[in-house]
Design a protein around this ligand. Structure first.
Ligand code: HEM
Length: 206
C-alpha cells in the first residue's frame, strides 16, 4: 500500500484514511478543536464503510453458496458412481474435491467475518444472547447456521484426509461419498432458504 490517502470529513477537517479516529488536524470551520476527536463523524464514516463491506460480503456469501452446492453435488455423484461402478480414482476426482474444499473454506471464512463483526443479526443476538435464544430468527443466525456449517466443514476435511489415506480406489470413493454426503445434507438443512423463518432470497438483488 502506498502512503495513506486522506479523506475530508465535513468541511475543513482532514482525516487519514487508514484510521478515521485520528485527531482532527485542521481547525474545523464549524469549531472542531485541533487535537480533539470528532467521534460522531468518525463513527459515521466507519459505519458507512462497514455497511459497504457487509453488503459486499453478504452478496458474495449468497452467490458462493451455489458454487459450493454445485461442487458438492458433482463430487458426490462422482464418488457414488466410482464406488458402485468400481472406477479407479482419477485426477478428475482429485481436482473436483480440491475445488470443493477450497470453495467451502472460503465460504466459511466469509461467514465467520460476517458472524464476528459485520452482521446486524449476530450483533443483535450478542447484545442479549439469552433472549436471542427465544427468537427463532436470531437463534438461527447466532447458533444453528454457524454450528451446522462448522460441523459440515469438519466432515468435509475429515472425509478428504481419510480418502487420501485409503489405499483402495473403492475405499476412497466410499469415504468421500459418506463424508461429503453428510456434509451436503447438513449444509442444505442449515442454509437460510426462502421458506424458513430466517428467510433469505435464492439470489441477492443488486
Ligand atoms: C462457519 C460458517 C459460516 C458462518 C459463521 C456463516 C455466517 C453467516 C452470517 C453471519 C450470515 C449473514 C446474516 C445477516 O446478517 O444477514 C450468513 C448468511 C448466509 N449464509 Fe452463512 N455462514 C457460514 C457458512 C455458510 C455456508 C457453508 C453456506 C452455504 C454453502 C452459507 C450460506 C449462507 C446464505 C445463503 C446466507 C444468506 C445470504 C443473503 O443474505 O442472501 N453460509 N451466514
Amino acid at each position: 500500500m502506498g502512503s495513506p490517502s486522506s479523506v475530508t470529513v465535513g468541511s475543513g477537517c482532514e482525516w487519514l484514511e487508514t484510521t478515521v479516529l485520528r485527531p482532527c488536524k485542521l481547525r474545523d470551520t464549524r469549531g472542531a478543536i485541533p487535537g480533539r476527536l470528532d467521534l460522531t463523524r468518525a463513527r459515521d464514516v466507519r459505519r458507512s464503510r462497514m455497511s459497504g463491506m457487509y453488503t459486499a460480503l453478504v452478496v458474495a456469501h449468497s452467490l458462493l453458496r451455489w458454487v459450493v452446492l454445485g461442487l458438492a453435488v458433482v463430487a458426490l455423484v462422482r464418488a457414488v458412481s466410482g464406488w458402485s461402478g468400481g472406477r479407479p480414482w482419477t485426477g478428475g476426482d482429485e481436482q473436483v474435491n480440491r475445488f470443493f474444499v477450497i470453495a467451502f473454506d472460503l465460504q466459511v471464512l466469509i461467514g465467520l467475518i460476517l458472524y464476528v463483526g459485520l452482521s446486524p443479526m449476530t450483533q443483535a443476538a450478542f447484545q442479549d444472547f439469552g433472549a436471542a435464544m427465544g427468537n427463532s430468527v436470531l437463534r438461527f443466525w447466532a447458533v444453528e447456521h454457524i454450528f451446522g456449517m462448522l460441523a459440515a466443514v469438519a466432515l468435509v476435511h475429515i472425509g478428504r484426509v481419510r480418502a487420501r489415506r485409503a489405499v483402495e480406489p473403492a475405499a476412497r470413493h466410499r469415504t468421500t461419498a459418506i463424508f461429503f454426503g453428510l456434509a451436503l445434507l447438513i449444509t442444505l438443512l442449515t442454509i437460510p432458504w426462502p421458506f424458513m423463518p430466517a428467510a433469505r432470497p435464492l439470489f441477492p438483488s443488486f
